[in-house]
Design a protein around this ligand. Structure first.
Ligand code: GLY
Length: 597
């Protein structure tokens, strides 16, 4: 990779700590990959969806639709929907297959956030299945003996970074609330693929090869991804008998089979016994884990409500701030290629990221001005800052209204691109948007019973204080690390019109905000909106997607005062628009499809 790809921001920008920069420089974003040749044996419908995607056209359907990161997982969900299952049922089948065929991004060993629109009640519900820090953890978890933050991969690889997984409990919780299909049957497809073997995709093969040294530190991980000592290659058939057995236990006994008993014992032993970097996860952490229903965060934008997951995710608040700040500016009158449009979007994003770094964390542990951050008056005041002609010379957190006050220092956590997103609309009109992750590609690299354990705890700030002022997103026992995941449902007059989300670390926020703007302001269909070249501005460097027309704006944006970088921006957006018909878009940068009937 190009190690000069994301250099530090200029002096006027919010600074990353040096260890965060080191981590960003050390990790290549997941590479974009070819898709069409890799999936022989798909149904005609799935092949047609792959064809539509390569033609840049949305998939169209009348009754139901599912969009996710791998055709095999999408087909599993489609089967459930075709047989009359709900979006929650289909999600269980999709996630179970993703954990097999895209193990580097999400699975049983990770966590997720889910946004649900219920057609019968018209309500939006958000479920937090974020991993928790072990009860034995303290704020110095990722510091060395002298109090200095660990190097990123010294923290990631091994047991130290593993939080209590939330995904198995979420599958069960969502199914209990909104499912109608037989629970056990939802795992059939994944079990059959795990037992009979699945075709390794180019993306998985490439990522295994890139991460060979780390993956081979742990015998069970090495044996799976390097059978006989050689890395799995694209097109190989890969069997995962341990995963099939794990799924059979969960199918028969529910999520409790994961959180106690033999699976839980193996997880705890693997984390605590990780050579060189043991962690503190205990059987009590697993036994106590629960999914939490949180209030959704909705922000009005162009007569729509952009709804998503509140803290501990920063996703909906930061996406909401970006579009809320832009409410006062007429983007529809500007071309998508206009530097002025990207000045407005870029500075709205910088302002939102400044607040994110200062205020956002797990509200069960730290007070947060949640309402103040997205109040109309506050967003209007922030929006007025964009009234000039050039890039803002300085960007600082604002002063939103607090429910009650506590002073925090700016955050210093690191988030890198991995993760996966699932969008589903079922034949009852329910909509599901779920972003799911094990954090870094291949998580902690520890494989237990056929699935990888997360490294989600590295989404906490490694630093605890700045000049004696505590950082909101520091590690605390039982706390959930701040996330950027932004599963989103855009509503109009109480009905969903767009279901969307993406992987991509903290860039998720920019990817989702941009696609919402492209769809609502510029009238792009969902495939155009997810395919559109990316412009991402987080801490101030303006990142433009290489090899696309976004790169043509390098000079004009530099002239406005931005420090601009051109490089790979590998989102994984999966979106469904809901209107007279359903239209689905799958990100051309990854292997997924949208499928419907
Ligand atoms: N680990 C990715 C995120 O939660 O944002």
């Amino acid at each position: 990779m190009d190690h000069g790809y994301w250099p530090l921001a200029a002096a006027f920008l919010l600074a990353w700590p040096s260890y965060a920069q080191e981590a960003a420089d050390a990790v290549a974003p997941e590479a974009a990959t070819e898709t069409v040749d890799a999936f022989s044996g798909l149904t005609d419908l799935a092949n047609a969806a792959l064809g539509a995607k390569s033609d840049g056209a949305p998939t169209q359907a009348e009754t139901w639709m599912v969009a996710a990161a791998n055709p095999l997982a999408v087909e599993a969900g489609a089967r459930v929907l075709r047989e009359g299952g709900t979006a929650a049922d289909a999600m269980v089948a999709v996630q179970a297959v993703l954990g097999l065929v895209e193990p580097q991004s999400s699975g049983l060993g990770g966590g997720a956030f889910l946004v649900w629109y219920d057609a019968q009640s018209g309500s939006v519900t958000t479920l937090d299945a974020r991993e928790t820090a072990p009860l034995a953890a303290d704020p110095t978890l990722f510091q060395d003996e002298s109090g200095a933050p660990l190097k990123f991969f010294d923290a990631v690889v091994g047991g130290l970074s593993v939080g209590t997984p939330g995904t198995p409990r979420l599958l069960e919780d969502a199914h209990r609330r909104w499912g109608r299909a037989n629970w056990a049957g939802l795992f059939d497809e994944a079990i059959a693929l795990a037992e009979g073997g699945f075709t390794v995709s180019p993306r998985l093969a490439e990522l295994v090869a890139d991460d060979a040294e780390r993956l081979q530190r742990f015998p069970s991980t090495a044996e799976y991804f390097f059978p006989g000592g050689t890395a799995v290659a694209a097109g190989n058939m890969l069997v995962n008998a341990d995963y099939a057995e794990t799924l059979q236990l969960i199918a028969a006994k529910g999520a409790s089979a994961f959180y106690s008993g033999e699976i839980a014992e193996d997880i705890v032993a693997a984390v605590r016994g990780a050579e060189g970097n043991p962690g503190q996860l205990s059987s009590i952490d697993l036994a106590l884990y629960s999914v939490i229903e949180r209030p959704p965060v909705c922000v009005e934008y162009r007569e729509h409500d952009v709804c998503g997951m509140g803290p501990p995710s920063s996703g909906a608040l930061t996406v909401g701030q970006i579009v809320g700040i832009l409410n006062g500016h007429d983007l529809a009158s500007l071309e998508p290629t206009s530097p002025e449009a990207w000045r407005l979007i870029g500075d709205a994003s910088r302002l939102a990221f400044a607040d994110r770094g200062r205020y956002m964390a797990d509200t069960d542990f730290v007070p947060m001005p949640v309402k103040g951050l997205v109040s109309e008056d506050y967003l209007k005041a922030r929006s007025e800052l964009l009234s000039g002609d050039d890039a803002l010379p300085e960007v600082a957190p604002g002063d939103p209204e607090w429910d009650h006050t506590l002073l925090f220092a700016d955050d210093a956590s690191i988030e890198l691109p991995s993760t996966s997103h699932i969008s589903i609309v079922d034949s009852d009109g329910n909509a599901l948007s779920m972003t799911t992750t094990i954090e870094n590609s291949f998580g902690s690299r520890i494989m237990v019973r056929g699935f990888l354990l997360n490294n989600e705890l590295t989404d906490f700030s490694f630093q605890t204080h700045e000049n004696g002022v505590p950082i909101a997103n520091r590690v605390e026992p039982g706390k959930r690390p701040r996330s950027s995941m932004a599963p989103t449902i855009v509503m109009k007059e109480g009905k969903p019109v767009l279901v969307i989300g993406s992987p991509g670390g903290s860039r998720i926020i920019g990817y989702v905000a941009q696609a919402v703007i492209a769809h609502l302001d510029w009238g792009m269909d969902v495939q155009q909106a997810v395919s559109m070249p990316h412009f991402v501005n987080r801490f101030g460097t303006y990142d433009l997607e290489e090899g696309t027309w976004a790169a043509d704006l390098q000079q004009p944006l530099a002239e406005l005062g931005y420090e601009v970088n051109v490089g790979e921006l590998n989102s994984g957006l999966h979106a469904i628009s809901v209107g007279e018909i359903l239209q689905g878009g799958a990100d051309p940068r990854r292997e997924g499809i949208a499928l419907g009937e």
